[in-house]
Design a protein around this ligand. Structure first.
Ligand code: 8GT
Ligand code: MG
Length: 326
């Protein structure tokens, strides 16, 4: 057995992967040649990073070699470490935009532009699932805060959707189940009209077989053994979970959760006195997590660019979205 194939001791291949987004929002994918690893699958173009090479240089080198194009702008999307039976890869994945040149398959490979929403239907290598999820998710995840009347809730969420929010979690632990369900229906109607998705957070009886766009589990619900959340939700529904440490992240991964929130990254008014992770620890946990991670707790919209550079999907917040005066 060669040294490359000795289980966890084997070399991890650093791969630069580009999710190429054209001006019309479509994504350029390519078919992997049959004679290559994962041959026949669709891929996001890219290839191995050379010794000492900067990631953005590697991305543009691969784009030139494989497609005869260059990207003027890169933004971190997600990193995935995946162990295939014969090889371990670290897929260092970036949005590539501001495309210069007309793409062609330099290696004779089939290429095509597809809509974002088509990605889940296509056959990608097994490591690519979280890349597709990350590409589909927005960078902002709004969590509802305190409200007195239904009108206030609907107005605040409606306002944020107008500002560009596409993903909303309805959290209202002080309400009884009947009132929560009623408001959730109203909120879902509002979100649906505007093209946003609504996730529910609450007691387990509320979440099983939900009619909504998805559910968000607390870390306690995540660790409970009784419910198989994967099988109680449809493939087109989001399954998200709150994580605070490595053990909970491992559980989320093994359960097949789509994405997580990691908290509290910084001190927050909604959970005073909670022990915070700090940005360095959050970045470390995010780097090792093969799922999209929203940072939560004390996050401001002005932190967004920095935390995306740290590998996070984006910001989850109550305060940053809720406190804004209209
Ligand atoms: N480019 C790319 N590689 C991927 C994806 N998903 C995935 O598992 N991989 C794996 O990443 C590894 C490296 O990618 P590659 O074969 O494109 O490397 P390369 O362009 O340098 O090719 P080469 O081997 O001809 O030098 C392969 O084992 C491939 O199976 C993906 O979406 N895009
Ligand atoms: Mg390649």
């Amino acid at each position: 057995m060669s040294s490359e194939n000795r289980g966890s001791a084997r070399k991890v291949v650093h791969v630069a992967v580009a999710v190429i987004r054209g001006e019309d929002g479509r994504i350029l994918i390519a078919r992997r040649p049959d004679d290559k690893h994962m041959g026949g699958y669709w891929e996001f173009p890219g290839g191995k990073v050379e010794e000492g090479e900067l990631i953005t240089a590697a991305l543009n080198r691969e784009l030139k070699e494989e497609l005869n194009i260059e990207a003027g702008h890169f933004q971190k999307l997600i990193s995935i470490r995946h162990d295939y039976s014969d090889k371990s890869v670290y897929l260092d994945t970036w949005w590539a935009e501001d495309i210069k040149g007309e793409p062609r398959g330099n290696e004779g490979q089939e290429i095509k532009w597809v809509e974002l929403k088509e990605l889940p239907e296509l056959d990608f290598p097994p490591a690519n699932g979280p890349i597709v999820t990350a590409a589909l998710l927005p960078t902002r995840y709004m969590i509802t805060g305190r409200f007195n009347a239904a009108a206030e809730l609907l107005e605040k969420v409606g306002y944020q959707i107008e500002q560009g929010v596409e993903l909303v979690q309805f959290r209202a632990p002080w309400l009884d189940e009947v009132t929560y369900q009623h408001l959730a229906r109203e909120l879902h109607h509002l979100c649906k009209e505007a093209g946003a998705s609504l996730l529910l957070k609450g007691g387990s009886e509320l979440l099983v077989n939900t009619w909504c766009d998805g559910i968000h589990l607390t870390s306690e619900q995540l660790l409970q053994e009784e419910t198989n959340w994967q099988s109680s939700s449809r493939p087109d529904q989001w399954l998200a979970a709150s994580c605070h440490n490595q053990e909970q992240i491992d559980r989320a991964v093994s359960m097949g959760v789509d994405f997580i929130t990691l908290s509290p990254v910084l001190p927050t008014d909604s959970h005073p006195g909670c022990e915070v992770l700090g940005e360095a620890k959050a970045a470390e946990l995010t780097e090792r997590c093969p799922l999209p991670v929203f940072w939560l707790g004390g996050m401001k919209l002005t932190n967004e660019a920095k935390l995306i550079d740290s590998g996070a999907q984006g910001i989850a917040a109550i305060g940053a979205f809720w406190s804004q005066v209209q």
